[in-house]
Ligand binder design. Sequence first.
Ligand code: DX5
Ligand code: ZN
Length: 216
Amino acid sequence: MVTAKIAPSLLSGDFSRLAEECERMARLGADYLHMDVMDGHFVPNLTLGAPIIKSLRPHTKAFLDCHLMVSRPEQWVDDFAAAGADLFCFHHEATADAAALIARIHAAGMKAGMAIKPATPVDVVYEFAPALDQVLIMTVEPGFGGQAFMPECMAKVSALRARFPDLDIQVDGGLAPDNIEVAARAGANVIVAGSSIFNAPSPAAVIELFRKAVTD
Ligand code: DX5
Ligand code: ZN
């Protein structure tokens, strides 16, 4: 059985106080801290890279779930491992040799995740899933926080869950109290959320609501 893991996306946090934001989310019940890495090429936005992960690492023991929305993810494996990333999630669309990349991530001492964009069929993941620690089914076009959840992506989550009962299946983009049931029912157990957690009057209550939806 898979367990619920709630992963606030620091993209919605205050970047001028990133270490405090990480600490705050961990204290409020986060299981993972989701770090969105964007290169201005794979996606039309630019965020953070390994130097920021390295700066944060001494300030938090939390699991750093790094989502690399970058072209040529291979070039960053060693830097993220050295920086202290716990999980390196790359996009299937961004690499020509996913098997080799997964092996390199593991050899570098990190867990390996593979993400797919909304238009990518879930079938591409199947051959790699046994070697992966987590699969991320994007529920918005990657690039920005605050977009609307795409319920049509849930068929991919269900299909993946039917084949891999023990796999950590992550959803990312637009997750909120009004759609968490749909995602949980489809079989998602790792929930990323930026705006719905950070903009809530009680982020802890939203984290608990997500956990309950996945667990029940
Ligand atoms: C989008 C990022 C997400 C984003 C989620 O490309 O991968 O992690 O921060 O933010 P919300 O929950 O606001 O959609
Ligand atoms: Zn993300």
